[in-house]
Design a protein around this ligand. Structure first.
Ligand code: IPE
Ligand code: IPE
Ligand code: MG
Length: 247
């Protein structure tokens, strides 16, 4: 199989995905199975993020994008939403220095202006502090929704048209991505969703047009670097044709 070849100097499979995006789902069910509150599952889930981030460089993953909170997740109870926001604050505070040490550049996507100012400030600080880092590009989707992102991008684009900075006749497939939150990122090659749900729940709608998908039953708090490595190897065996005829 193709993925047996290894990139020189690393354990990374050749032809593996450069950008992996993960829908980290199943924290609530993981906690429920243990008779614990949902937030217990979210805390366990946050701990798994650290192992997966750490495993990326050796696996040849240059970009990792993780879905932490969707624009639809505000529909949850006030207790769960507040608990999650407090978890994000604590997580960022705790990991900030670690990201710098590990040479991880952190970015956030989503509508940050709906988040509380304290959290927003931590997000901005982390982005600034890690702006020079280059070993891994970690993007955290927080208050992110694909449709919301496209709508915000359209608003910016419309402003440029109204101000005479953009000719409507020049708008094509390359124009919109320049207004998206992900403007500096490549499209994801592989999107993984844990917990057995086979849907994308408004994640990276525009960007995933040609992504490969893996839906696995494992609940996010049980996800390990070994499972991650197996999915990356499976990706190496896929034939991405992008509409053309295979070799
Ligand atoms: C994913 O786990 C994390 C967030 C959406 C914040 P869930 O909380 O959706 O867990 P399940 O799907 O209820 O098990
Ligand atoms: C998607 O999971 C959002 C995140 C993982 C942050 P959800 O659990 O919110 O998605 P649905 O409601 O099952 O579609
Ligand atoms: Mg869920």
């Amino acid at each position: 199989m193709k993925q047996e070849a290894r990139m020189a100097g690393t354990g990374a499979p050749e032809g593996g995905p450069r950008h992996v995006a993960i829908i980290m789902d199943g924290n609530g069910r993981w906690a429920q199975k243990r008779g614990r509150p949902r937030l217990f599952g979210h805390h366990a889930g946050a701990r798994r993020v650290r192992d997966i981030v750490a495993s990326c460089p050796d696996l040849g993953v240059k970009y990792l994008t993780i879905f932490a909170f969707s624009t639809e997740n505000w529909k949850r109870t006030q207790t769960e939403v507040a608990g999650l926001m407090s978890l994000f604050r604590r997580y960022i505070m705790k990991e900030m220095q670690e990201f710098v040490r590990e040479d991880v550049r952190v970015r956030f996507i989503g509508d940050r202006f709906r988040l509380e100012p304290g959290l927003r400030k931590l997000m901005e600080e982390t982005e600034k502090m890690t702006a020079h880092c280059a070993r891994l590009n970690l993007t955290i989707a927080l208050n992110y929704g694909g449709r919301d992102e496209v709508a915000r991008a359209m608003r910016l684009l419309a402003r440029d048209v109204a101000a005479g900075r953009l000719d409507p006749e020049a708008v094509d497939e390359q124009t919109l991505p320049r207004y998206l939150d992900t403007r500096v990122l490549p499209d994801p090659d592989l999107v993984i969703r844990t917990s057995g749900e086979a849907r994308i729940s408004n994640f990276l709608l525009w960007q995933s047009a040609y992504a490969e998908y893996e839906f696995i039953d494992t609940l996010w708090p049980d996800f390990t670097p070994e499972i991650f490595a197996r999915l990356l190897a499976q990706y190496g065996a896929r034939d991405r044709r992008f509409g053309a005829v295979g070799a």
